[in-house]
Design a protein. Sequence first.
Length: 378
Amino acid sequence: MIKSLWRRTLLPVLALGFVLTGCGAEETTDSTGEGESAENVGETISLENVPERFTTGESTKVKVIRKIGGDDHTAQFLAGAKEEGEALGFEVDIFTANGTSEAFHDAMAQAIEESYDGIIISHGDDAATIDYVQQMADKDIEVVTFDSEPGLAEVEGVTLTSQDDEELATLALNQLVEDFNGEANVVYLWVDGFPPMVRRNNVYTETLANNPGIEEIERFGVAAADTSVQTQNAVAAMLNKHPKGEIDAIFATWDAFAIGAARAIKEAGRDEIKIYGIDVSNADLQEMQEEGSSWAYTAAVDPKLVGAVNMRLLAKKLAGEETPDTYNLEASLISQEALLQASEPVNMVNLIDTVDGWGQSDAFEEDWMKNLKDHYSK
């Protein structure tokens, strides 16, 4: 690989490019959304310090294409990108393939033919993704990717973004090791094949090597439109094989896994088993705050913020400004204990009252972007 994918020295993980990265629960976003055009397309915009690209009155068309879907994390990621883009006066279309490679590839091919100015690719996990992104670059379409194939680093001009998967896995696993004093029987919920998952798995492997008292007794996982349902069924069957005392904790590398596991544990009355997860959504927070929930911790980055930051990077590229080759968004650890101590039910909006700095970042938000937002908000 010509470029190093991450600025951090740690290696790993998830989220399913799978699918994954992240993900959450029952909401689905499997449709294409049409963006709204700026009100004054065709008129010259008079704004100081705004790149000429955005003052000519010509519309700016961008598309967000995500391979995974069917979860709250996807819905929030897409909402963050769409809201940020439309606030800047862009026309924003969104599409999620719900984990279907053919639909994902078709969407990229169509976007190339439909002359978008910029494209955000999420969870592109195969060689075909690299081919399509190279075609985009050859047609001078600006591209930002999230939790996608590392080989995209070889395509000139593309920025690869990610949740800091190494930090996500480290935060959750370090807490697990601490809580059990380095001695625990663990079930590992994971699926291979997605860049975020690979990175998270690297941390998991290293953690087990450094903590011989942490023993893996089962592992499984599937990336599908109904991942949480399939996980719930699989965990329920597994619990029948392992009586109380044989399982201490579950490490779930995706919140769709954690939700399914939490529901199975609740139904089986096995709340002695604690869940340590990755990613967060409204559905996840609700599950963690349910009475008797076994979901103790989750490490996460605000998915709506991820979408917004990716759109800002794309805007900078469209403006001809310099952008980094890679960018990682910092993670936070959310504890069930802190959620339950809050004065009111915690959701993605008021989570900032429980987790300092949650959902806030001025990364790549230039002054000229603020001017554009002010202009289009009038």
